[in-house]
Ligand binder design. Structure first.
Ligand code: 4AD
Ligand code: MG
Length: 465
């Protein structure tokens, strides 16, 4: 008999499955005993919903049934019948049960419902088996899929940028080293410096903080590309919004100016939300009911609302006049903190905001300089509860201006000469942005901590799993 997934069974018209025999396999969430009957709630990961298995005690050995405890893995053959229980249309009456793996009740940590998210983080190897993390990781899958679908349908090409690199795209000096040198016996130059010519690549290398610079090379040939890969930042920020290893989606488009870039970002976000509402409704509804009662309303509201667009300079004025007691002071030139971003989005505009034209001093070297010589064509997209989820810009496409910015920012020419060359040969206006995958997951799941939307979070002093 072929196995069927629980999702397929529950999705089917009951009339088409009632009376038929099926084989299901999964993990026991609970087993309740009444007089001569047990009820097993079985989950196989395909859906948030469990299949109710009815076990007639006369058909099975008592000692065998005792081993079917919460967390054990079983396969069940039996007949689907209409269920008298109000919440489910069907149940499975078992004829045969195979026990694949026990989960001794005195040791299995997920006996009861309602464990704290903090506790579950300590058992990241088992937390996918909870309803909450099942829902989150299914949503994560659908989100990744819908990102590829969005770009594919628009004619963008998925361009693979390297993980190991020599250049620090964001210039923040937050890179993780990659080396095969013997750390206990480092080769030194005559000047007493580490001799990286002896290293694997013959150069100093690190994990990438962004695929953008290489993505631009793709865009200036294929037209419209996107990257979707892991990025790494060794910033020591222990916040609910920072990971040391996170995933980023970076579209890069030739012949797009900053307005085209903003339009794409807004369309992209709305597309993804709509896709998730259509394809993961049950999981979203579960999270809405368990963690964030406004989640579904918020997502629907964002779908229906044009994003507010304003300049950094205007935002500073609003913040100055806000009469809020911000922890960090507000003045023109300051890098906005999450408290400022959230005030604008949650209190002032009450919708997502795209901030543009930031002072050049607080943005990366590659952003296109405005005619005022003071601001750059940057754009950050801010959303409720999370703050910044997208950072992007129109790129400086003028050779001389880019060269000047590289020098002003002390970016070593040996690391970016190839980048600069694209402004020498067939340079074209172009733009792009980066969406933080886990920041977006925070937004669409309503979870409060970024550690809870990635299976194995990497944060300072935390890498058990
Ligand atoms: O604003 P960022 O640093 O921009 C870039 O890296 C550009 N190269 C993107 C581009 O234009 N192609 O990062 C982009 C986004 C942020 O808006 C945020 O959502 C996310 O990446 N992000 C992080 N997410 C989790 N943990 C961190 N430590 C993050 N740092 C950035
Ligand atoms: Mg940013």
């Amino acid at each position: 008999m072929q196995r069927i997934k629980i999702k397929e069974l529950l999705k089917a018209d009951p009339n088409n499955v009632i009376g038929n025999d099926y084989l299901v396999k999964g993990w026991v969430r609970t087993r309740r005993e009444s007089k001569n009957i047990s009820f097993i709630a079985l989950n196989d990961g395909s859906t948030i919903n469990h299949l109710q298995i009815v076990v007639d005690h006369d058909k099975f050995n008592e000692d065998f049934l005792k081993k079917i405890t919460t967390g054990s893995a079983i396969g069940v053959k039996g007949q689907i019948v209409a269920s008298p229980a109000p919440k489910q249309p069907i149940e499975l009456h078992s004829n045969e049960i195979e026990l694949y793996g026990e989960a001794p009740a005195d040791e299995y940590p997920l006996q009861k419902k309602g464990h704290s998210l903090e506790f579950l983080r300590e058992i990241a190897h088992l937390r996918p088996r909870t309803n909450t993390f099942g829902a989150i990781f299914r949503i994560r899958h659908h989100l990744a899929y819908s990102i590829h679908k969005f770009f594919n349908d628009k004619g963008f090409y998925y361009f693979h940028t390297p993980i190991i690199t020599t250049s620090d795209c964001e210039g923040a000096g937050e890179m993780f080293r990659v080396t095969t040198l013997d750390l206990y016996n480092l080769p030194l130059t005559d000047h007493g410096k580490i001799d990286f010519s002896e290293d694997f690549f013959g150069k100093e290398t690190a994990l990438t903080v962004s695929g953008q610079l290489e993505g631009e090379l793709g865009a200036l040939a294929l037209g419209e590309i996107y990257t979707f890969g892991p990025t790494f930042r060794a910033e020591n920020s222990n916040t609910t919004r920072h990971l040391a290893e996170f995933w980023m989606i970076e579209p890069e488009m030739a012949f797009y100016d900053i307005i085209d870039n903003m339009n794409l970002a807004e369309e992209f976000i709305k597309y993804l939300i709509k896709y998730l509402l259509e394809n993961c409704y049950e999981d979203l509804e579960f999270l809405n009911n368990m963690y964030d009662k406004e989640l579904l309303d918020r997502l629907n509201h964002v779908l229906d609302t044009p994003f507010e667009r304003l300049t950094y300079t205007d935002a500073i004025e609003i913040l100055k006049n806000s009469n809020q007691n911000f922890e960090f002071p507000i003045y023109w030139g300051v890098d906005l903190q999450s408290e400022h971003e959230r005030y604008l989005v949650e209190k002032y505009f009450k919708k997502p905001v795209i901030l543009t034209d930031y002072p050049k001093e607080i943005k990366a070297f590659y952003m296109k300089l405005n005619d005022d010589d003071k601001t750059v064509k940057a754009m950050d997209v801010l959303v409720p509860r999370v703050g910044e989820i997208i950072g992007g810009s129109q790129r400086e496409d003028n050779y001389d201006k880019l060269l000047k910015r590289i020098q002003e920012n002390h970016v070593p020419m040996k690391d970016v000469w190839w980048y600069l060359e694209t402004r020498k040969f067939g340079s074209a206006p172009h733009s792009g942005f980066g969406l933080g995958f886990e920041r977006f997951m925070l937004f669409v799941t309503g979870m409060g901590n970024i550690r809870d939307v990635i299976p194995f979070p990497r944060t300072p002093k935390n890498i058990e799993f």
